[in-house]
Design a protein around this ligand. Structure first.
Ligand SMILES: *Cc1c(COP(=O)(O)O)cnc(C)c1O
Length: 245
């Protein structure tokens, strides 16, 4: 009986592994083509697999396939998943969603990079918890591309001040910028401000060159605008239930 269950589980795992391997190959080809079109080399762009709504077993399979960067947008889901994957060597967790200060203690316990830093209160909370945990957290300043901070992100005018606030905190490392393309605007148009925003952050710390932009639907436009990190869910893992962001 146990043998049969194990067999079925193994067959299911093998099918999922093959599916993920195929979509990973297609995605790497897409990234390489976008880099070639932009006159860039593809090792300038890091793929972050966004695993929200997908199980820890998928993170394991992606790790077997060579993926080393994974991201989540909700602490409630990310914390237990990261704990289930704690044995995977060399895996970096990225936190990419809007973040409440009361979640910072949990997030700094597993995430090495927080992409959604967009207000001074969050900088102070992340710094305090990073120091408390003896960790160094790389912070990306999230810029709002549609001027509506309700959806997360700081206004471009507030970026230099936030970057300076991060750079001044022990426990935090200023890494660069992050953006999500707004709905209803051509992504190339929205991403066009990224080089300028990135320059403003590098004026504070020259090594802070990370530009996190581009998802399943718009990674080509993001790479053309200088993205160094693309955050891809659907094109790699498949569709998510419509109720989940
Ligand atoms: C879900 C999510 C992604 C991935 O989106 P896909 O369209 O599924 O590739 C990227 N960035 C953030 C902040 C997300 O929440």
């Amino acid at each position: 009986m146990m043998g049969r269950v194990t067999e079925v589980l193994r067959a299911t795992g093998d099918a999922r592994r093959a599916e993920l391997a195929a979509s990973l190959t297609a995605l790497r080809d897409r990234i390489a083509a976008a880099c070639a079109a932009a006159g860039r080399v593809s090792d300038e762009v890091t793929l972050i697999a966004i695993t929200k709504t997908f199980p820890a077993s998928d993170v394991r399979l992606l790790h077997e396939l060579g993926v080393r960067d994974v991201g989540e947008n909700r602490d409630q889901e990310a914390a237990p998943k990261a704990a289930q994957c704690s044995g995977l060597t060399g895996l970096t967790w990225h936190f990419v969603g809007q973040l409440q200060t009361r979640k910072c203690a949990s997030v700094v316990s597993y995430a090495s990079v927080v992409h959604s830093v967009d207000r001074p209160r969050l900088v102070r909370a992340l710094a305090a918890h990073a120091r408390g945990a003896g960790r160094e957290i790389t912070c990306l300043i999230q810029v709002s591309l549609d001027g509506d901070p309700a959806r997360g992100g700081a206004l471009p005018a507030d970026i230099p001040g936030l970057a300076a606030a991060v750079a001044a905190e022990e426990g935090l490392l200023l890494g660069g910028v992050m953006a999500v393309a707004p709905l209803g605007v051509p992504p190339a148009e929205a991403f066009a401000v990224l080089p300028e925003v990135s320059a403003a952050v590098r004026a504070v710390r020259p090594e802070a060159g990370m530009v996190s932009a581009g998802m399943s639907g718009d990674l080509e436009a993001a790479i053309a605008a200088g993205a160094t990190h693309v955050r891809v869910g659907t094109a790699l893992l498949g569709g998510r239930p419509a109720v989940v962001r």
